[in-house]
Every structure is written in C-alpha cells, then in structure tokens.
Design a protein around this ligand. Structure first.
Ligand SMILES: [Zn+2]
Length: 66
C-alpha cells in the first residue's frame, strides 16, 4: 500500500490513471508510466525518482536512458 501524494488516498500500488494523466515529462511533455520506484517517460525514456510517494519530475533529476 502506498499513499497517493495528490489525493491522500491509500492505494494498492503506484499511481492512479487519473493522477498519471495529470503528469507529463518536464523535458518532452510525453506521457509518464509508473514503473516501481520510478516514473518513466514513454516518449524520451527518461526515468524520474519517486521519493516518499512524490514523483520528482525535474529534468536535472532524471536518469537518461543508456
Ligand atoms: Zn520525456
């Protein structure tokens, strides 16, 4: 169980589709996908960390694909 950082509701896993739809990659504005402890951009493939349930969607925190 994780606490949703936006609604405060407890969820089974990851982020709800509604929350994910609100988020976009700060670099390319592509759609984001929850991937374990990471949020991955479906367009540029950068990964953003999730810390304490909050996605850190900052370009300078992104891990770029190898
Ligand atoms: Zn992107």
């Amino acid at each position: 169980m994780v606490k949703d950082a936006y609604t405060g509701k407890m969820m089974e896993e990851g982020f709800s589709p509604d929350v994910m739809a609100m988020l976009a990659c700060p670099v390319c504005h592509g759609n984001l996908l929850a991937e374990g402890d990471w949020i991955r951009c479906g367009r540029c493939q950068r990964r953003y960390p999730i810390e304490d349930g909050i996605p850190i969607l900052l370009a300078d925190r992104a891990q770029q694909p190898a």
